[in-house]
Design a protein around this ligand. Sequence first.
Ligand code: ADP
Length: 365
Amino acid sequence: MILVLNCGSSTLKYRLFDHDRRPVAGGLVEHVTDHAGALRRAADDLDLSRLPLRAVGHRDVHGGTRFRSPTVVDDGVRQGIRELIPLAPLHNPANLAVIEAARALRPDVPHVAVFDTAFHATLPAAAATYALDAELAARYGIRRYGFHGTSHAYVSRRTAELLGRPLAELNTIVLHLGNGASACAVAGGRSVETSMGFTPLEGLVMGSRTGDIDPAVVFHLARVAGLGLADIEDAFEHRGGLRGLCGDNDVRAVAEHAGAGDPAATLALDVYCHRIRKYVGAYHAVLGRLDAIAFTAGVGEHSALVRQRSLAGLEPLGIAVDPARNATGPAERVISHVDSPVTVCVVPTDEERAIADETAALLAG
Ligand code: ADP
């Protein structure tokens, strides 16, 4: 059995897989402030000390440039994750606390760290580099890392399977639209461009994060509005995005209010979908030839409206969504017209499953 621990900044998801990689148990601890305590609750629920485990797979948010693939945790790796705390001040300490607590409870099995950033280790320098003073950037590790990598990797693989085409030949744009949201251009199974950068703040409009914004807004808010850094960070991270635009961060509510004619919700949805469309066009250009677009995560899997609005009018780029296929069907399906040159699909992500797969693959050597 493989136990997967997916630790967010305020949640702990856990899932247990049998040797055929079928989920046999799991749960979610929410509103977590004490991550080690949350793990102990999960451990009680699973009777962890007595499980016939092969390994524990841990989701880790930030692997920096050091961790480019899943890695068995030893004291050196633990120290490496600790040194990356400045790059992920909310997530890496929580990840570490869970790793420590889990290792203490099950020191007899390997613990594997699977990094959100690792899939983007293949970003070409042209995509990973900010046009910042090169010495300053090098000294502080400032570059584009990208996130949601486990999901982008899994969904691009599943998309190739759904289309019955070899992954190595497929150029895909994955749109992971959850509370956090990011786009990824995948060429032959390799990430070549992604919308989150140094942190998960860059790129698409999110539930409560701004995504792309002119960095000079920071200077203006400091100089003219007199805001401190913590207030500006809060405005960008927690009071921006859909919530900032219309007071609600859930796409279901935003769509409902927009449908009822609420102007703020209507604008919020327009900004959200416009940003996605802009990235689709840009990544089409980056990839040169585009075979598939895959929507995933809460919004991507469930909002036909967002899918339709984001890709409307892109027929000249070879992208034609079929309204009936988009509206309903199995969770995993093609939603483009039969004659659309680019295949558009919905592919549910499964981060825990992907982490279990990567953990098993590493241990199998
Ligand atoms: P996380 O990034 O926290 O893992 P999810 O991938 O679960 O988030 O996505 C959560 C978001 O998905 C919710 O905030 C909500 O906006 C959206 N969502 C879930 N179900 C629907 C639905 N039926 N229609 C539109 N949006 C939905």
